[in-house]
Ligand binder design. Structure first.
Ligand code: CAA
Ligand code: NAD
Length: 297
């Protein structure tokens, strides 16, 4: 396909003000895209904007170490590309070439969102999900134009992680898919091509590993601290599995595990964990709540 056939992406709407929506928005405004984030409350939008400002400040300090005024101008200039709205109704969906949903990992909630968006999409618009674990086929169950739907699976923290999995659904058109590969490259990320399989590439390998670390600790085979140290020093991972679980968010992890356990009830790789369930029930969600498997006070 020649470049002129690709869908020219300029305006991006990102739905979700959490870890992922915020991170994707930061990277997109940094690369010059006009971005609207849709949140559910002014508080969440303000938090998201201030995280983006902090992230951009880090970049600006590195780029202009001796020039605070230029650094500030750089950040404020990029923030001009960002708009914040509280509801989907207020979002400029009709003007966007790309809409990325990065809301809670709940299938029904995602399906309803897609159905609500569909009548407002421009003819050339692409809709993507950042789902960690669902099949695109299931997310788009109530969506009538699956040829314009695909997965863009970013990694946390988005500004630092260089990968994006670009997931082709059974019906995703070639022009949509190639346009997304080009978009990911413009963001400065490396795309990998994935088919519509549970967990795509990374999570299919990562989630069973993280779960086995939890089960290893539950069996009393080793402490959380020793498991983390072992994986960091023994395999060069930047974080051990318990640090990473808290980083991902235990609520998100539980959504993934529960979904896969329901789908594959006899597969021991996706067996639920009582410890994970108990932590989530207590509101201990990892870094985002200050405590999870580890304390982040
Ligand atoms: N904005 C801009 N830049 C940022 C940033 C931000 N918010 N956060 C980090 N960075 C940049 C830093 O500036 C730095 O850049 P340079 O190398 O150019 O200096 C780089 O990222 C590394 O940052 P730090 O030096 O502050 O941090 P670190 O060395 O302590 O590493 C880490 C932090 C990147 C989080 C590292 O610990 C790590 O890679 N951890 C593992 C993360 C991981 O595995 N993520 C995947 C989770 S799974 C997932 O996401 C999928 C899913 O569906 C669940
Ligand atoms: P998060 O908990 O940080 O944020 C979730 C967002 O969803 C928030 O903006 C919240 O307001 C919104 N939300 C919650 N319930 C909602 C509802 N009923 N309707 C609409 N919005 C609702 O989660 P996150 O980590 O940003 O994850 C977002 C998506 O990205 C999920 O699909 C997750 O699986 C995926 N993902 C997460 C990671 C990770 O490491 N955390 C990595 C890659 C992909």
């Amino acid at each position: 396909m020649v470049a002129s056939d690709l869908i020219e992406i300029e305006n991006v709407v990102i739905i979700g003000t959490g870890l992922m929506g915020t991170g994707i928005a930061q990277v997109a405004i940094e690369k010059g895209f006009a971005v609207t984030i849709v949140g559910r409350s002014q508080d969440k939008l303000t938090q998201s904007q201030s995280k983006i400002r902090n992230g951009l400040n880090r970049i600006a300090k590195k780029r202009f170490p001796d020039d605070a005024a230029t650094a500030e101008e750089f950040v404020e200039g990029l923030l001009d590309n960002l708009s914040l709205v509280k509801t989907i109704a207020e979002a400029p969906i009709e003007d966007a070439q790309l809409i990325i949903e990065a809301i809670v990992e709940n299938l029904k909630v995602k399906q309803k969102l897609l159905a609500d968006l569909e009548p407002r999409l421009a003819n050339n618009a692409i809709l993507c999900s950042n789902t960690s674990s669902f099949l695109l086929e299931d997310v788009s169950d109530k969506f009538n134009s699956p040829e314009r739907f695909a997965g863009l699976h970013f990694f946390n923290p988005v500004p630092a992680m260089k990968l994006c999995e670009v997931v082709k659904g059974g019906a995703t058109s070639d022009v949509v898919y190639d346009s997304l590969l080009a978009f990911v490259r413009k963001l400065g990320k490396t795309p990998v091509k994935c088919g519509d399989t549970p967990g795509f590439i990374v999570n299919r390998l990562l989630i069973p590993y993280l779960l086995e670390a939890i089960h290893m600790n539950e069996r009393g085979d080793a402490s959380k601290e020793d498991i983390d140290t072992a994986m960091k020093l023994g395999t060069g991972h930047p974080m051990g599995p318990f640090e990473l679980l808290d980083y991902i968010g235990l609520d998100t992890m539980k959504f993934v595990v529960d979904g896969w356990h329901q789908r594959y009830p006899d597969d021991p790789r996706f067996a639920p964990s009582e410890t994970l369930d108990a932590l989530v029930a207590e509101g201990k969600l990892g870094r985002k709540s200050g405590e999870g498997f580890l304390s982040h006070a």
